[in-house]
Design a binder for this molecule. Structure first.
Ligand code: BDR
Ligand code: CA
Length: 312
């Protein structure tokens, strides 16, 4: 199984991404889950990660709390989409599984430096933890097989017309990550907006009737209502699960290499991913930019995951 660390800010779509990742231990060996401030503050993202892993029957997984604010900018959260708790639409019991004492950044550094094979990082939130780890111990870079990040947009942003939420929250961290020389895959909004959770695509999950499927549908009912209202979609886009699907089944996606830079100075375009398809300013590429997803097959994979996880 591929060793991975999941860095996240649950969040409704982060929750579903965790379920997807934990359903296939024979393919993904999740070494730990690190949490960051993003959709909601850190005290909630770390707690939510524990609630979700416990619900998925994985209470032995180590969960770490990382950075409680972005590098330079004040924290911006997304309670309007994910609710006050970050997981509105469901109510889970207080988690029994512990929060690890070690800081997420130190866990990342220690685990990467000790790794006998390169580790993949799946990033589902602002990139603060990853950037701080790189700055604190640059030697980790050679131990990272790849970073697959949910973030960025080739066309429209979702927090400003220019920027996608995760990169807008901490554009400076994204800049550190994009310039570190680590293989980077960008799963931006142009892809995730192809992965709409329409009622038809959810019907097989609706038929499962387990605590996990109920949690997923409860989260989507809350998060979906808000996202659909705002954008006029026929269901909510499942951003973060696309990252995990890419690790499980890369042939569901197409991508092209390009140079990607992150805007960190203009307020109007702060956090924008500037993609240089035509080598206008950069001869070299630093990013594998994902462009398309086979959405129906993605929902089949997700359905399989929820069914598998529901069986325990
Ligand atoms: C990203 O922002 C968050 O609200 C979601 O969890 C996802 O990671 C989408 O822009
Ligand atoms: Ca997220």
């Amino acid at each position: 199984a591929k060793p991975i660390i999941i860095d996240c800010d649950p969040g409704a779509d982060d929750a579903i991404a965790l379920f997807l990742a934990l359903a296939f231990p024979e393919q993904l060996n999740v070494l730990g889950v690190t949490t960051v401030a993003g959709n909601v503050p850190l005290n909630l993202t770390q707690k939510n990660a524990r609630c979700l892993c416990e619900l998925a029957g994985r209470s032995e997984l180590p969960i770490y709390a990382g950075c409680s604010r972005p590098l330079l900018r004040p924290l911006i959260t997304a309670e309007d989409i994910h609710g006050r708790t970050g997981l509105d639409g469901i109510s889970l019991p207080e988690p029994q599984m512990p929060l690890q004492a070690q800081h997420a950044v130190d866990f990342l550094i220690e685990t990467l430096l000790q790794a006998t094979e390169p580790i993949t990082l799946a990033t589902l939130g602002p990139l603060t933890n990853i950037a701080v780890a790189i700055v604190k111990e640059p030697a980790i870079c050679q131990h990272i097989k790849e970073i697959v990040m949910m973030g960025g947009a080739l066309t429209q942003g979702n927090i400003t017309p220019s920027a996608e939420f995760n990169l807008y929250v901490d554009p400076h961290a994204a800049h550190v990550v994009a310039t570190a020389g680590i293989p980077l895959t960008m799963m931006g909004l142009d892809v995730t907006h192809q992965a709409i959770a329409t009622p038809e695509r959810l019907s097989a999950i609706r038929a499962i009737h387990s605590p996990i499927s109920a949690a997923m549908l409860g989260l989507l009912a809350y998060y979906g209502a808000r996202d659909m209202q705002r954008y006029g979609f026929s269901g909510p886009p499942l951003h973060d699960p696309c990252v995990i699907a890419y690790l499980l089944q890369p042939d569901l996606f197409t991508s092209r290499r390009a140079h990607v830079a992150i805007e960190t100075s203009s307020e109007l375009t702060m956090g924008r991913t500037v993609v240089d398809w035509w080598h206008l300013t950069e001869p070299l590429t630093n990013t594998n930019v994902v462009e398309t997803i086979k959405a129906d097959a993605f929902y089949q994979l997700l359905t399989h995951a929820i069914a598998k996880l529901s069986q325990g």
